[in-house]
Design a protein around this ligand. Structure first.
Ligand code: GL7
Length: 823
């Protein structure tokens, strides 16, 4: 399916009209004027004037979807990492240039006022940002779609670095309001929690269940319009805020329990207070389960309300109108919730209810890390969601009958596939529930999906050979090239025309210029200018001066042992050592740039941040290094910072242990902007290598099979430590006070994890091969023309990784949607 788009009407809006609208909003919405307004006021007034067009298209989109009675996808996700919206909305509406000009005439700089916008950081990392890219593509492709999630009052924490250490501060993105969102009190939902289940008998002796909740909380929806590229379809991201349900508290209040009533308020409002900052770890917290249920239940009620408006109480068409995509297991509780509604409210029999339910949900798995596969104690369910626990038991019971038919008498398989994990504490496995309750399950890159089939869910794959599939991730080229790298975008427009943001495959046409000296120079000049801009930013943020002529080597992603920032760090230390031993050591000057947040409770991840900063401090100030190595840790890595780093990167570090990074998406963004990957054969790196060609990427390290083999024969990191002088020296260095004057051993936890700890992530096993790949990259950079060619070919060959392709794959393989055009 290819989107045919014409330029939207807004694109022809005269500058004068834009100016007038901005000034009108300064006066009438903000009560200020051109002389008094600061950048924040200009930003708000500009947002308000953009929002006029957005809301007009939103209204038309909703009308069109309603009248066409469209089948729609509902993307359920606990995270949407949206970042800033102004630039994106302007580009997608085709209003960027005119607005820039209009503001200029008003004496205001658009780039400056864009800095006023706080990031909407309602997500942790890749999974949340993927959801944001997907809703951009859904709107761009005119697909009827709603994103559903949580309206966290505080998004991911703001990171400060004090004395080299990460400090977490609350993120208060909404302190001064959010000009993009619309509150919809008319669509409030009420959500039951706690209490008990009463069993009743009907007239004919049939069993009826009634849940008497102990608490009701309100869900208040906030709508963020999602503007498709071309400015026609505007879909909605609907985020739920929790509130105390007033009438419920009224009784307590009247009974003299003012303080208790307030407590209940606080409890209800806590639900959407903060995003859990754990990335890829299961947060076994009651509040998190409540968050998951809260937003899933609100969203389902919302969907059912809309369905009923069109179809009344006739459920027969539900699954042909509604498809719900579960973004990981976080919203999996929606499966028993829909069953509850169908059984207890709509009074359908089990089989009819299950028919509908199991045709409605599809599930995306985003990780194989065992610590990230969600499980909840059954007793927690019993307390918070007693009726759901009964339903889960029944789903499981019926499923076990199927398993018995397939593998008669095989209790081992039953134990493995059961939703209930028996043990000291009975646990509910959300992954198994998701697979059983969904009609499709997908992984997020070829290798990941094949490992999901082979290692994670092999028996499920045998039972339902068509159910497990792959959809390789993608990124939106609107944000991740057009908006964040305007100079490169303009050059591409000039060379191949300007419809590549919709048809990213067209970038392939750039490859004809890969050998052209003039084009190489133009391409690399832009890279250099982007590096100069980043260098300025780095100076402001860290006080560190960096040389834009050096290689900018970038590792930006959450901090996790499996992502191996410490492999990068050990290699930096090795280079430093080589330079100290041989001042003529041949290397291109290189700036190592890190951006990463560590989960607040992840001790070793925080130790790695500290180690990076301590090494940076030493190396950056060591005259003997002669500026050949600089190390920069940029604090508070987030979407808006990524938008500044990515266009300036030469090297992209994608160095996870093979088999552990499900896909990665930063790898795609960096390569799209002409950075060369140093990477393992993991996740989407493998598909990137296929696209760009082996000669345009630096692959190193063990592959998935080799990692498994090594584990089988028994991996002993001490063997490497004793046999490799450089590794030994570098690890021993960590125990001294060389990098932490007066504090010997302050970095020793790293060494311990790599030796006594067993080096689970094979850092030492991959070190030599990594170092070789880095040598190759170093050499390649020395040949300017060769490097330029490689960089151009990276940009040219990223067409596959547009999120439009990913969404079209979902549409064809899973959702079966039709686009619905909007006037
Ligand atoms: C992740 C994967 O780790 C990452 O490789 C993938 O690109 C992303 C989107 O599919 O999903 N899984 C996960 O739990 N998080 C991810 O970023 C937090």
């Amino acid at each position: 399916m290819s989107a045919k788009k014409s330029v939207s009407k807004t694109a022809s809006l005269p500058k004068k009209a834009i100016k007038d609208a901005i000034v009108r909003h300064l006066h009438c919405s903000l009560g200020t004027d051109e002389n008094k307004a600061d950048n924040h006021a200009w930003w708000k007034a500009t947002c308000a004037s953009i929002q006029e067009h957005v809301l007009e298209q939103l209204r038309k989109t909703q009308k069109s979807h309603y009248f066409n009675d469209t089948r729609a996808v509902h993307y359920f996700s606990a995270e949407f990492l949206m970042g800033r919206l102004m630039s994106n909305n302007l580009h997608n509406l085709g209003l960027f240039e005119q607005t820039d000009q209009a503001l200029k005439e008003l004496g205001v700089n658009l780039t400056d006022i864009m800095e006023e916008e706080p990031d909407m950081a309602l997500g942790n990392g890749g999974l949340g940002r993927l959801a944001a890219c997907f809703i951009d593509s859904l709107a761009t492709l005119d697909m009827p779609a709603v994103g559903y999630g949580l309206h966290y009052e505080h998004g991911l924490f703001r990171q400060e670095i004090k004395n080299g250490e990460q400090i977490e501060r609350p993120d208060s993105w909404r302190d001064y309001g959010n000009p993009w969102e619309i509150c919809r009190p008319e669509s409030i939902q009420e959500i039951p929690l706690y209490g008990y289940v009463e069993t009743k008998y009907g007239e004919n002796g049939e069993i009826k269940k009634e849940w008497h909740p102990g608490l009701i909380v309100k869900g208040l929806p906030w709508d963020i319009p999602v503007v498709g590229y071309g400015g026609k379809t505007v879909n909605v991201l609907r985020l739920w805020q929790s509130q105390a349900s007033s009438y419920f508290n009224w009784d307590v209040f009247n009974a003299g329990g003012y303080v208790d009533a307030q407590k209940e308020n606080v409890q209800a409002e806590t639900i959407s207070k903060v995003l859990y900052p754990n990335d890829e770890t299961e947060a076994g917290k009651e509040l998190r389960l409540i968050q998951q249920y809260f937003f899933s239940a609100c969203s389902l009620k919302d969907i059912i309300r809309r369905y009923k408006r069109a179809h009344g109480n006739n459920w027969s068409r539900f699954s042909s109108q509604v498809v719900i995509q579960l973004n990981d297991t976080h919203p999996a509780i929606a499966i028993p919730e829909l069953m509850r509604i169908l059984l207890d409210r709509a009074e359908l029999d089990w089989d009819s209810a299950w028919q509908i339910c199991s045709k409605t949900f599809a599930y995306t798995n985003h990780t194989l890390l065992p610590e990230a596969l969600e499980k909840w104690p059954a007793r927690m369910f019993e307390k918070i969601l007693p009726r759901h626990l009964e339903i889960i038991y029944e789903i499981n019971h019926r499923f076990m009958v199927e398993v018995e038919k397939m593998w008669p008498g095989n209790n081992a398989i039953k134990q493995k596939l059961s939703i209930i994990e028996e043990g000291n504490e009975k646990m509910i496995r959300m992954g198994n529930l998701s697979v059983i309750g969904s009609f499709k399950v997908n992984g997020v890159a070829e290798i990941h999906s094949s490992l999901v089939k082979k290692n994670l869910f092999p028996e499920f794959d045998k039972m339902w050979p068509e159910k497990l599939t792959n959809v390789t991730n993608g990124i939106t080229p609107r944000r991740w090239l057009k908006a964040c790298n305007p100079k490169l975008s303009a050059l591409i427009d000039e060379k191949i025309g300007n419809d590549w943001p919709l048809h990213l495959d067209k970038l392939e046409q750039l490859s004809q210029f890969a050998d052209n000296t003039k084009f190489q120079k133009q391409f690399m000049k832009i890279k250099h200018e982007n590096k100069v801009a980043l260098a300025k930013e780095v100076l402001v943020l860290t006080g560190i001066e960096i040389n834009p002529k050096a290689i900018f080597d970038v590792q930006i992603k959450r901090l996790h042992e499996y992502k191996r920032q410490h492999l990068n760090l050990l290699h930096i230390m090795a280079l430093y050592r080589r330079l100290l031993e041989n001042p003529n050591y041949d290397m291109q000057p290189r700036v190592f740039i890190f951006g990463a947040k560590a989960a607040p409770s992840y001790k070793l991840a925080k130790d790695i941040i500290y180690a990076i900063n301590q090494v940076a401090d030493k190396v950056n100030n060591d005259k003997r290094v002669n500026g050949k190595i600089k190390v920069v840790f940029l604090p508070n890595y987030r979407v808006s910072l990524a938008e500044k780093i990515i266009p300036a990167a030469d090297i992209s570090e994608q160095i996870s242990t093979a088999g552990l990074e499900a896909s990665g998406t930063g790898n795609m963004k960096l390569s799209l902007n002409g950075a060369l990957t140093v990477g393992t054969l993991d996740g989407a790196n493998i598909e990137i290598a296929e696209e760009v060609g082996d000669e345009n990427i630096f692959i190193f390290g063990l592959n998935v099979n080799e990692v498994h083999e090594l584990d089988k024969v028994g991996y002993n990191p001490f063997d490497i430590y004793y046999n490799n002088k450089e590794i030994k020296a570098v690890l021993d260095w960590l125990e001294t006070d060389y990098f932490t004057p007066g504090k010997p051993g302050a970095l020793a936890s790293l060494k311990r994890s790599l030796l006594e700890g067993g080096d689970q992530y094979k850092v030492l096993a991959d070190f030599e091969s990594y170092s070789d790949a880095q040598q190759k990259a170093n050499k390649a950079f020395g040949d300017k023309s060769r490097w330029a060619k490689m960089a151009i070919l990276n940009t040219a060959r990223m067409g596959k990784f547009t999120s439009d392709r990913a969404i079209n794959d979902y549409v064809e393989k899973i959702w079966k949607l039709q686009p619905c055009t909007v006037e």
